[in-house]
Ligand binder design. Structure first.
Ligand code: GLA
Length: 701
């Protein structure tokens, strides 16, 4: 019975949330959530804690050490399904109640993770269909985590059972603030029969008739025309991965929608049984398997997992900032929290990279706050003695010694405590935005264009150029509100439907500046190439036509701007024919030397820049950002040395300025006026000196 209800619910929810025309509705802004108020007026400062991994006699000492470090929050239980439901239908929350009691007694409140990312072995053994199937038709084996099938009726029933039991048990618990749904939703994509049938249902809900689907997908190519819905395949491992890109894009949308529906299934249970408790989920920053701008809408606030040192790239601080901003943008620019903030050196079977200076852990936490985080929770309290993550350091190592990371975490906790009143209610305000198109990201995953194309790299190049000038940058999605921005950069806007083209045209008409780059307007919403001159529906807006392009055949290409400055270029070269646009720069090499590489078009009250290529040096992007700031009358910020970031939060006309030094030497920034140091209360010299790995939090007096 339960299973049948599950299938019905899933079918209904597929209709409600998966149809593309209903997406904008799903993304309606909700009232802003005040995280600090939720945490009883305290800035959320926490650790991810696994009491079940440690001897119960250690809990009291742990809680004391947490409290001494200013910790007032823990996330618990997100992988503890087997401990809470050791036998099917039999629950044991005694251990969690006891852990909560110890923590609560030290002023520490909790978010509980629904444990569905890591189902128990007994569930897989009893119901083999719980495991997802890979594209070769092989089911994943038990032994890791995150490999369940989103359409397994048995898994959905088990999910409902454990989530309901947790909600019932903790609905009135004063020490439980709320819920984290699952953990890092998104992977894997399952290719089994239940998922195929669900995809066919999704197609039917989306296209209504097979004739419409066949037309939209252009299935006459290779004669892949479908006569009954059940013939529709998944984009599984075919010879040469040769499947229809239209089908593949819809399949990505379907998986994203199914992930949303799975989250929503849990949200609905929790809201019904424990309406007073807030709900969040921990996203993965730049991860693109799921459209976060849709996934996050049912949540009260969004959280994400931030490991700045993934790999060895210490210098990529703008990459981390971009991820913070994307997460904020995925939930209508509302403040968020970091649910897993790097608390030590990451690694699984080997350590990845070298140890960070203790000060960097503090700088990374402030970086999150500077970009709108109202909560920082470190992963994890203590490095595990067991399992896969013995080399993934927590704040403490296995010996619990109050090491340098603990000391810096404690220092940061005390400081954030002092800053709470100032931070509460403050927001990131931006005039510049980056438009992220989930459809374009997926279409580029399906057909990556050329080998060294990277959508996120392009986002990063434009982002960094504006950030180096001291501008905050918001991240927008197609359904976001565009109206409050002066400049929107939409790199490689590959897939464009009519509503988006019209929305961008209205933005420019009303005085906005739009930046487009190569391979924009190439595909319609079905991932089918336009039959109009490129950039398709954006051609009139950009004032150019593109009748020729050169994909990375000439690695040595160079672009010269109207002032004679030369910039190396790479990846792709659109040869631009201006129709109404003026030329900003031309190519200097090859048979198209002298042809336009970048243009500027006036349209309505605004303007559109088209960048036909990607530059290998940041200088070209800095010049563009400077130029556009000037055009829009936007004053650039102070000169920032390499390795120093500035970000601003605002509250009632007051600016909170964060200057973050990620380098191992003292750096200086000359500000336009004297500010007050928010931590010391003293006034700060205009020439601000920021010691190595240090942070200045300044306010306008
Ligand atoms: C992710 C997960 C955590 C942990 C860390 C470290 O962010 O959410 O559970 O596994 O990675 O591997």
């Amino acid at each position: 019975m339960r299973n049948r209800v599950g299938i019905l619910l899933l079918f209904v929810s597929a209709f409600t949330f998966s149809a593309p025309w209903l997406r904008a509705q799903a993304a309606k802004p909700r009232a802003a959530f005040d995280l600090i108020q939720w945490n009883g007026g305290k800035f959320i400062y926490g650790v991810d804690y696994y009491p079940e991994h440690w001897n119960e006699t250690q809990w009291e000492k742990d809680a004391q050490m947490m409290q001494a470090a200013g910790i007032n929050f823990v996330r618990l239980a997100e992988f503890a399904w087997v401990k809470m439901e050791p036998v099917e239908g039999q629950f044991d929350f005694g251990w969690l109640d006891r852990a909560l009691k110890v923590l609560n007694a030290h002023g520490i409140k909790a978010v509980l993770g629904t444990p569905t990312a890591s189902p128990p072995a007994w569930l897989y053994a009893k119901y083999p269909d719980v495991a997802a199937m890979d594209e070769n038709g092989v089911r994943y084996r038990y032994g890791s985590r995150r490999n369940y099938c989103l359409h397994s009726a048995n898994f959905l029933a088990a999910t409902r059972r454990i989530v309901t039991a947790m909600a019932e048990h903790y609905k009135n618990h004063p020490g439980v603030l709320g819920w984290q749904i699952d953990n890092e939703l998104g992977d894997p994509i399952c290719y089994d029969a239940s998922c195929r049938a669900a995809f066919q249902r999704w197609c039917r809900a989306t296209y209504k008739t097979l004739a419409a689907l066949n037309k939209a997908w252009g299935t006459i190519f290779w004669g892949h025309t479908y006569l009954v819905w059940s013939e529709i395949p998944l984009p599984w491992n075919t010879l040469g991965k040769a499947y229809n890109p239209s089908l593949a894009l819809d399949h990505r949308r379907f998986h994203s929608a199914a992930t949303h529906d799975y989250l929503k299934l849990q949200v609905d249970i929790l809201r019904q049984i424990s309406p007073a408790k807030a709900i969040t989920h921990n996203d993965m920053g730049m991860y693109d398997g799921v459209d976060y701008s849709v996934l996050n809408q049912p949540l009260d606030f969004v959280a994400w997992d931030n490991y700045p040192m993934f790999g060895e790239d210490y210098a990529n601080y703008f990459g981390v900032s971009l991820a913070h901003d994307l997460i904020r943008g995925s939930k209508n620019q509302q403040n968020f929290m970091v649910m897993e903030q790097q608390g030590g050196l990451p690694g699984w079977n080997v350590f990845w990279g070298r140890q960070a200076a203790p000060g960097l852990y503090r700088a990374w936490s402030y970086q999150g706050v500077a970009h709108g985080a109202d909560g920082i929770c470190y992963f994890r309290w203590r490095t595990s003695r067991n399992g896969t993550e013995q080399y993934w350091q927590g704040v403490l190592d296995q010996d619990s010694y109050p090491n340098a990371r603990y000391q810096i975490v404690a220092q940061t906790g005390k400081e954030l405590g002092k800053l709470t009143e100032l931070l509460q209610g403050s927001k990131v305000v931006s005039s510049v935005a980056l438009l992220v198109s989930p459809d374009s990201r997926w279409a580029f995953r399906i057909q990556p264009l050329v080998n060294n194309f990277d959508y996120n790299r392009q986002l990063g190049l434009y982002y960094a150029a504006f950030r180096r000038l001291g501008f905050n940058v918001d991240v927008l999605f197609p359904q976001s509100d565009f109206t409050s921005y002066k400049i929107i950069v939409a790199p490689s806007l590959f897939v464009v439907d009519k509503p988006l083209a019209e929305k961008l045209a209205a933005f420019v008409k009303n005085g906005g500046t739009l930046v487009l780059s190569y391979r924009s307007g190439v595909k319609d919403e079905h991932n089918v190439v336009t039959d109009q001159p490129l950039p398709g529906p954006l051609a009139e807006l950009a004032g150019v036509a593109i009748h020729d392009f050169d994909p990375q055949t000439n690695q040595e290409q160079e672009v010269v701007d109207v002032e004679g400055e030369r910039y190396p270029a790479r990846v792709w070269f659109d040869v631009l024919d201006p129709t109404t646009a003026e030329v900003l720069a031309t190519y200097s090499k090859g048979y198209y030397a002298g042809k336009a590489a970048a243009t500027l078009n006036r349209f309505g009250q605004g303007s559109v820049v088209y960048m036909g290529t990607e530059f290998s040096s940041p200088a070209a992007y800095s010049k563009l950002a400077n130029f556009l700031a000037g055009q829009n009358g936007m004053a650039v910020g102070p000169s920032l040395p390499e390795g120093v970031e500035m970000a601003v939060r605002e509250k009632a006309g007051k600016k909170i300025l964060f200057l973050l030094n990620y380098t191992e030497k003292t750096q200086a920034v000359a500000l336009d006026q004297a500010y007050q140091n928010a931590l010391t209360g003293e006034s700060e010299a205009r020439d601000v000196q920021i010691p190595a790995f240090d942070v200045k939090v300044l306010t306008t007096p």
